[in-house]
Design a binder for this molecule. Sequence first.
Ligand code: ADP
Ligand code: ASP
Ligand code: MG
Length: 423
Amino acid sequence: MNASDPARLRVYKFGGTSVASTEHLSAIAQLVAKDYQDGARLVVVVSAMAGETDRLQALARTLCPKPSPRELDALLSTGEQITMALLALALHALGCPARSCTGGQARIRTDHRHNRARIKNIDGTALLKALQKDHILVVAGFQGIDEEGNITTLGRGGSDITAVALAVAIGAGECRIYTDVDGVYTADPRIVPEARRLAQLSHEEMLELSALGARVLQTRAVEFASKYNVPLRVLSSFDPGPGTLISSEEIPAMEQPIISGIAHNRDEAKLTLIGVPDQPGIAHKILGPIATHGIEVDMIVQNIGQDNTTDFTFTVHRRDYEKSMDILRETATQLGARDVRGDNAIIKISVVGVGMRSHAGIASRMFAVLAEQNINIMMISTSEIKISVVIEERYLETGVRALHQAFDLEQKADPLPRSASTG
Ligand code: ADP
Ligand code: ASP
Ligand code: MG
């Protein structure tokens, strides 16, 4: 058998909590060494030790309140470089021929956008050559190099995309994401202790769950995996088990639950412009300046009042809240709006499921459950496979748990087969 045989070629990625100490690194080295000795040819992607990226970021800010994105990347990328070398050393101690490489050494080429670079290409040939020599490659996640040789980073949680992109570049048969939970659950197990591990999910569903806040996988990594049809398996670094398989494989309709999971997102803030003239082009006049500042808008609601004015509400990432409020105050003056209001103590809860496509009544069930808990819904948005609501932050746990229970997600058997009624 050849080292480039996809059945033997695998990419493993270990997240921050999995490499948090030398003890953790030794345990991981044993896992990697065992699979290597069993014949797998491995590229292992590592994150920085838990908390390290935050620590480095804070360090930069103590010296300079607005650090240059280039220097920040030079600094943040060192977190992953520590773990890559330590894991290679731990593998040497077990007699395995491991070699560490930075993103640049692994020839991960990105664009120039510091702190949120996108991978443009990876030269898989050099990596495959090293694998042919039976080396285990330990690659620093979350980083690349641009055309001028500058170090770039790929956005928070970016080691996931390093792993997926490397899997594509070498044609690996499998990309395993090892983390501190033993799979993808029906809700964040930290919020819902009764949450259930899902055996299998489609790329489409995982993409929706990640984009709506389930941070177990970085959204861009799932997008990439879906585009290149890379099967992902989410597993625990320390508890062996089958984990969750995320692939494009069709799940038989009978086994397809209506709701696969519930995601929540604490990163949003809501802004409202009150009493703007109801005229053509008003949405553009309000959101144009927001977009010009590179701020992304998520949900939008417009209510027409009786006096030919409209109230216009939208959400942005919380980090952009203050800036968006400033921009909106200026827009309000220009448009002669009555008031500007903001609220950054909100959260978004979403129910997600491909099975919703062929099933009506989920939205009304969701609203009824929240009403029973006396939770006021501020905004709603729907697509074929998800319903999201914005509510007050203090209701996060109550809301997620009530919905999880109402949609029978905690039961042992597969939840709500498509043919079942949702009430
Ligand atoms: P890593 O450091 O390994 O990249 P992350 O912290 O990014 O790990 O992701 C793992 C965390 O994702 C878990 O500890 C869990 O709290 C959270 N999480 C949120 N939603 C889910 C979900 N639906 N299933 C599993 N974990 C989830
Ligand atoms: N260390 C980086 C972060 O904390 C990347 C990662 O862990 O995936 O965001
Ligand atoms: Mg992560």
